[in-house]
Design a protein around this ligand. Structure first.
Ligand SMILES: [Zn+2]
Length: 216
């Protein structure tokens, strides 16, 4: 399994995204996550491949699961432009197929985002970051996890994420860890601020417990 390479079948039309798609909120969030090293690209990690991605649902007539997502191979950029985003217009996780438009291919992990939007209609934002600290402490923090045997970007990952989402508490928790994808954490929420807030809260809680663990 090669990380960072698109595993799904992509029907892609290369074209600029219409100005009507507002990216400011998504782009600002992505820049904050990059600044914290939760999204990025580092020669010392994951064989130098970019990691992490963010997306936001868009209202598009006849396209109930459409969303904007950061493009593939953009992890090294501190701030993105419109040309670095793709619009996913349709997806079929069971067939491992995705349709998208943009000037950049959608993130190789777009299928995971798609499954979340399809399964939970109230979700409007998904964030995928890489954090060794969060990932190593995920089960201790009570996060649901996808199995170690399930690799990123595969139909099996889509099914494993969907399985977690169908649990009634998934919407409340809003977070999961991918044990088969090193350092992989996913957050979702009714708004982008909601998803980012859950992630920041997890970071704070994990750090607090680490800082105070010597008391116990
Ligand atoms: Zn990842």
């Amino acid at each position: 399994m090669t990380e960072g390479v698109i595993q799904y079948h992509l029907d892609f039309s290369p074209q600029a995204l219409a100005d009507g798609f507002l990216l400011d909120e998504l782009n600002a969030c992505r820049a904050r996550l990059f600044a914290q090293g939760l999204i990025g690209q580092d020669d010392q990690r994951y064989a130098g491949l970019g990691y992490g991605n963010v997306s936001q649902r868009v209202v598009l007539p006849g396209k109930p699961d459409a969303f904007l997502i950061t493009g593939s191979q953009t992890g090294h950029l501190p701030v993105l432009d419109r040309q670095h985003y793709a619009l996913v217009t349709a997806c079929d996780p069971a067939q491992n197929q995705l349709q998208a438009i943009g000037e950049t291919l959608p993130s190789s992990e777009a299928m995971t985002h798609a499954v979340i939007y399809q399964t939970l209609p109230q979700v409007h934002a998904v964030i995928h970051v890489h954090s060794p600290n969060l990932w190593q402490n995920a089960q201790q923090q009570g996060l649901p996890v996808t199995p170690k045997t399930v690799a990123y970007g595969t139909p099996e990952m889509a099914a494993a994420v969907r399985h977690i989402l169908l649990d009634n508490s998934a919407m409340q928790v809003g977070l999961l860890a991918m044990l088969g994808h090193e350092d992989g954490i996913v957050a979702w929420g009714t708004t982008l601020a909601d998803a980012e807030g859950r992630l920041m809260q997890l970071i704070n809680t994990t750090q607090f417990q680490k800082d105070t663990s010597w008391f116990i």
